[in-house]
Design a protein around this ligand. Structure first.
Ligand SMILES: Nc1ncnc2c1ncn2[C@@H]1O[C@H](COP(=O)(O)OP(=O)(O)OP(=O)(O)O)[C@@H](O)[C@H]1O
Length: 900
């Protein structure tokens, strides 16, 4: 080591050994500084200046990058979000001495999933750490696929929320990825055994930051024991996971990882909740994106998302709860009705709702405030915020107790009433902490003097001393005759008497010289010296006492962290229920009926988001789905007519209903849906090197493999990304497959421009045609936006192109070509399901693309239409019901080759 190495730099090398994969920041006065390679990385990532100071181990200039102390919260997320771990080294103090700095040491490591500073994530979102555990359990699946038993846990250390579940998953990890999509953790830890599965790691990595976690325990049994010790319980049965080994193991991994990064016991994480996937409707990442449930597709913000439309909550707990509910709609009619009962009650009692929302608007983020209290990084302002939040709650509780009937509201009231210390805690903070305390807890000024007699006395001495100094200055001026004589103070020299050089001859003999300035001299007297030590000790003692009182209050609050967290959760639920009632009333929503059958009946349904954005009013539409003639709705209609909007609104209304919200309709009855699948629009996954068509097929494969009779499938123009022949073939095969799935079929809405598909209505008994009505007025196309039964045979593509501003010349030419095609009588064949023969339709003979089963000769001339093509013959032989999707796709490839 060279002489030029500072103590901090030496500590850097020490810390680096303990935390090799971590960027280290040292608190140096008003700055956080980093050294060496860390400094270089930090400077590059944060685009800040890289400087140098002293020498490093090799005798070279030591690179250095610093950020101001107060800006750490802004800069940290930028590093964390790029996947770095960051260790914070603070000046550790000797607890016995008020300001005795011993050395700098790592106080916590911040990783994306264990960040607790609220500036790193929005109030409306949780910051989850996800831990996965699992094992391959062989090929017991019906398709001889490898299966996995998976346990997964989510821990938000800033709010204390801790969840776990266990399920069987396919080798594609669909369920696990669906959990990931819903919970959107900032970081995922995998034990080495799973980390080595490149398929899994890659898929997780596409959505979050993944870290390997090497456990040093023997297995689930030991993990369970450790959890029991942490929660201080004899069994995990009460938490619902006693026998779920992988759930237990993942929960322990999450807790352990969080504790090792925070370098402390996380005592406020005092319960673990086991949930079951079978309690919730599954919304995978594709569907969440397509239906814009919490984020829009355009910029990933929440504008125009369902969440945004429904969110008028008053508290951060409320907005987080709403988001959770939207991501996990319920499956139990009874539980949904409980929520709906509460929403209905609050809709019917506008005054109560108004009052509740008014009180709730004073409630701050109790969950995170309690988290800060428990971590010991709260300040007096946090306590004031907590006090104001707690003060708002008694009227909430009392008015609930007096006025409500529905079960959930009643539970909330009872729960709030059981928190007997609620008022006392608020009062304790109120008695102790001033209304507007400083940020720092080390500089005094936060505790009211009247809270402690000792503090009052010390403060008295300190403030009286100011008067004493003023009197002393006056006395010395008179004694010496020096009018400009001043008594001053600075941190290094303490109190002094300052006399300018011009008056130096008048300085009294008993003055003792302290410091010489260029134009003045500074002195002290024994009297001043004595007073100085009294003042300084009083001040110092007062500051230390204030800190002591503060930590005592923090300790008391920590002891009530569980009740505070439970209260916060109840407030979150109440806030959402009141919010949903408010939104229902403002937007004219109605209470939906929920049933366990397969019917979906919506009268005058509206799209909750589009209805707010269209000019000229939204046209409501009916939806009728059952398991008889109306199970598979084929929706045709011109471009821009409103097909996608209609399909999405049906799914959104169902989702809202299962969330427990009122819905935008005149009437709605929803037969519970276990999963909504969507295949909508073009979405290039260029990052993963997949083409638009490939993405479409992957999503389609997922739907075909997993949709159950209780699912709802939305398909928007399947097969658009490939040639017309292929596209149509796939689309038709898909309709047949879903229609016949499990004998009872799957409920689906399918928007298509392949008008030939509409003939399926006659062949497949549960398929029903609908179209979006339009009116032609001369050259103009008028969109009526009304869904009506029956098929349409026109796309009006050229009219829509005109509307879109395609140059008139191109439009004219397109019309000419269309007429030519019509003249040439290029006939479309559609199948007549009843007798298996083909019929020719002049009305629909406009498009060459409709020559689906008649590839013609090699010169491109159409073949005679009545001769079945080899493709058609082969297709007819297929028994689609007995094929797996993979076999179907392979078959399609073969068929395609026949066309070449
Ligand atoms: N029921 C409705 N009432 C009023 N406006 C509507 C309605 N449905 C849709 N619209 C308007 O029409 C626009 C186009 O709707 P949408 O995207 O659903 O059409 P589409 O038939 O799916 O079109 P394409 O076939 O080109 O994908 C919407 O953005 C919306 O502004």
């Amino acid at each position: 080591m060279t002489e030029m190495m500072t103590p901090a730099m030496r500590q850097y090398y020490e810390a680096k050994q303990a935390y090799p994969d971590t960027l280290i920041f040292f608190r140096m006065g008003d700055f956080y500084e980093s050294f060496g390679e860390d400094a270089k990385t930090i400077a590059k990532e944060l685009e800040i200046t890289l400087t140098a100071r002293g020498k490093d181990k090799a005798g070279e200039r030591m690179p250095l990058a610093g950020i101001p102390y107060h800006a750490i919260d802004t800069y940290l997320p930028r590093l964390i979000n790029k996947g770095y771990k960051v260790a914070i080294c603070e000046q550790l103090e000797d607890p016995k001495k008020a300001k005795g700095i011993v050395k700098r040491g790592v106080v916590r490591v911040v990783t994306p999933g264990t960040a607790i500073d609220s500036s790193m994530f929005s109030d409306a979102s949780n910051n989850y750490l996800m831990a996965v555990a699992g094992r391959e359990i062989g090929n017991s699946g019906k398709n001889a696929e490898t299966e996995f038993e998976i346990g997964v846990s989510f821990l938000d250390i800033s709010t204390g929320e801790f969840l776990t579940t266990q399920f069987r998953d396919s080798e594609n990890f669909e369920k696990l990825l669906s959990e990931l999509a819903r919970m959107r953790p900032s970081e995922c830890i995998l034990p080495s055994s799973l980390y080595r599965n490149p398929d899994l790691t890659e898929r997780l990595r596409a959505q979050t930051i993944v870290q390997e976690f090497a456990p040093d325990i023997s297995g689930a049994k030991e993990a369970g024991e450790k959890l029991k010790t942490h929660f201080r319980v004899a069994t995990l049965e009460g938490m619902g996971c006693e026998n779920l080994d992988f759930a237990v193991y993942s929960a322990w991994a999450a807790l352990e990882y969080a504790q090792t990064t925070q370098l402390r016991e996380l005592t406020h994480i005092n319960t673990l909740r086991t949930y079951s996937n079978s309690e919730f409707m599954i919304l995978d990442s594709v569907t969440l994106r397509n239906l814009e449930i919490v984020k829009n597709v355009r910029d990933e913000g929440d504008e125009n998302s369902l969440y945004r439309i429904l969110n008028s909550t008053k508290t951060p707990m409320g907005s987080r709860t709403l988001k959770k509910w939207l991501l996990k709609p319920l499956l139990s009619v009874e539980k949904i009705n409980h929520r709906l009962d509460a929403v209905e009650e609050l809709t019917a009692k506008p005054l109560l709702r108004y009052d509740l929302r008014n009180w709730l608007s004073d409630v701050r983020d109790i969950e995170r405030l309690v988290g800060r209290v428990v971590y010991g990084n709260s300040n007096a302002r946090d306590l004031v915020a907590l006090k104001k939040s707690l003060e708002a709650l008694p009227p909430v509780r009392d008015s609930l107790i007096e006025n409500i009937e529905s079960a959930i509201l009643n539970d909330i009231a009872v729960g709030l009433a059981s928190f007997s210390e609620l008022e006392n805690l608020a009062e304790m903070i109120d008695r102790a902490i001033v209304d507007e305390p400083p940020i720092s807890v080390r500089e005094g000024g936060m505790i009211k003097s009247e809270y402690s007699a000792e503090l009052a006395e010390l403060k008295d001495i300190a403030s009286n001393s100011k008067q004493w100094i003023a009197n002393f200055q006056q006395k010395e001026r008179e004694r010496s005759g020096i009018k400009s004589l001043k008594v001053g103070y600075n941190k290094v020299f303490g109190y002094y008497i300052e006399v300018t050089n011009a008056n130096s001859s008048q300085v009294p003999d008993d003055y003792i010289r302290k410091q010489t300035m260029s134009n003045a001299e500074r002195f002290f007297t024994p009297e001043l010296k004595e007073k100085e030590s009294l003042i300084l000790t009083a001040n110092e003692k007062a500051i230390a006492l204030e800190y002591e009182i503060f930590t005592e209050i923090v300790r008391t609050l920590s002891a009530h962290s569980r009740e505070l967290q439970e209260t916060a959760e109840r407030i979150g639920t109440l806030d959402v229920l009141a919010d949903l009632a408010e939104i229902a009333e403002n937007n004219n929503y109605i209470r939906p009926q929920l049933t366990d059958d397969c019917k979906i009946l919506i009268r005058d349904g509206r799209h909750p988001v589009v209805e707010n954005t269209v000019h000229g009013g939204f046209v409501p539409n009916d939806t009728e789905i059952d398991c008889k003639e109306n199970q598979f709705l084929l929706v045709t209609g011109p471009n821009m007519a409103g097909k996608s909007t209609y399909m999405r609104q049906t799914a959104l209304i169902a989702i809202m209903a299962q969330v427990g919200s009122f819905v935008p309709a005149f009437y709605a009855s929803i037969g519970i849906i276990d999963q909504v699948f969507t295949r909508i629009g073009a979405f290039d996954d260029l990052a993963s090197g997949q083409s638009t068509f490939m993405v479409e097929m992957v999503e389609l494969a997922n739907i075909l493999n997993n949709a159950s009779p209780r699912s709802l499938v939305l398909l928007d123009e399947i097969g658009r990304g490939t040639s017309t022949y292929d596209g149509y073939s796939i689309a038709k095969a898909v309709v047949e497959f879903l229609h016949n799935r499990g004998k009872v079929g799957v409920r689906a809405l399918f928007a298509t421009h392949y008008h030939q598909l509409t003939a399926l209505e006659e062949k497949l008994k549960r398929v029903k045609n609908y179209h979006v009505a339009v009116k032609e007025e001369g050259h103009e196309l008028v969109f009526l936006r009304k869904i009506v039964p029956g098929a349409t045979d026109r796309s009006y593509g050229i009219q829509v192109a005109r509307l879109a501003g395609v140059p008139e010349k191109v439009i004219e030419r397109a019309n000419e070509i269309l007429k030519e095609l019509e003249r040439e009588n290029v006939l479309e064949e559609v199948e007549d399901g009843k007798n298996g023969k083909k019929r020719k339709s002049k009305a629909t003979a406009r498009y060459t693309q409709m020559m689906l089963f008649d590839p013609g000769d090699s010169g491109g001339n159409p073949a005679k239409v009545d001769r079945p093509s080899p493709v058609e013959t082969a297709l007819r032989k297929l028994n689609v019901e007995e094929m797996t999707p993979i076999e179907a796709l392979n078959k399609l490839h073969e068929l395609k080759r026949l066309l070449d």
